[in-house]
Design a protein around this ligand. Structure first.
Ligand code: GAR
Length: 195
């Protein structure tokens, strides 16, 4: 088995990133995490990745904003950093940017995302709050291929999570996050095996 070269894109805490890095330590995991890229300098996940022994890069969205460079310029830099590291597969893990259609087309079939709802329900921002507001009894998380339309690509795997009496956004988010950490490594394993 040749292990695929995998990058993880983050913007914040990086708990899903940690779950992927830890799973990929197993010799039978079909990928190796060769790079973590953050869109934000302050992302806690950057230090965590280094502690876990993974190379990191920053493609700083603040710098692009200050220099009045647009989304296409940002995504071109991202593409450059990924290809320079010979990355073959990309996992979005709390990467809070919308990717341009051109970037997504370049990586289509080789880029996946974790979203904290049972897609197609509750796309976009704050899906846990959307689930509470809708009064559903079951929500969950979805790993899907990324396509140009936001949160709309083919599903790889989903886990259901119950909404309990008295849940707040925080308690529901924490329950879904635990399910995310179990689901993401399994879904990435499946996607890599299909390449
Ligand atoms: C996770 O809940 C992830 O599903 C969500 O952000 C959180 C990141 O946490 N992603 C999205 O909402 C993407 N639209 P983490 O940095 O600890 O993995």
């Amino acid at each position: 088995m040749t292990r695929k070269r995998v990058a993880i894109l983050i913007s914040g805490r990086g708990s899903n990133m940690r779950a992927l890095i830890e799973a990929a330590r197993s010799p039978d995991f079909p990928g190796e995490i060769v790079l973590v890229i953050s869109s934000r300098m302050e992302a806690d996940g950057l230090g965590l990745a280094r502690e876990l022994g993974v190379e990191t890069a920053l493609v700083d969205q603040g710098r692009f904003r200050r220099e009045n460079r647009d989304r296409e310029a940002y995504d071109a830099e991202l593409h450059h950093v990924l290809t320079r590291a010979n990355v073959e597969f990309v996992c979005l893990a709390g990467f809070m940017r919308i990717l341009s259609p051109g970037f997504v087309r370049n990586w289509q079939g080789h880029i996946v995302n974790m979203h904290p709802s049972l897609l197609p329900a509750f796309r976009g921002l704050k899906p846990q709050a959307q689930a509470l507001a809708a009064g559903v009894k079951v929500t969950g998380c979805t790993v899907h291929y990324v396509v140009p339309e936001l949160d709309a690509g083919p599903t790889i795997a989903q886990t259901q999570v119950p909404v309990l009496e008295g849940d707040t956004e925080e308690t529901l988010t924490a329950r879904i996050l635990e399910a995310e950490h179990r689901l993401y490594p399994q879904a990435v394993r499946d996607a890599l095996m299909r390449l």
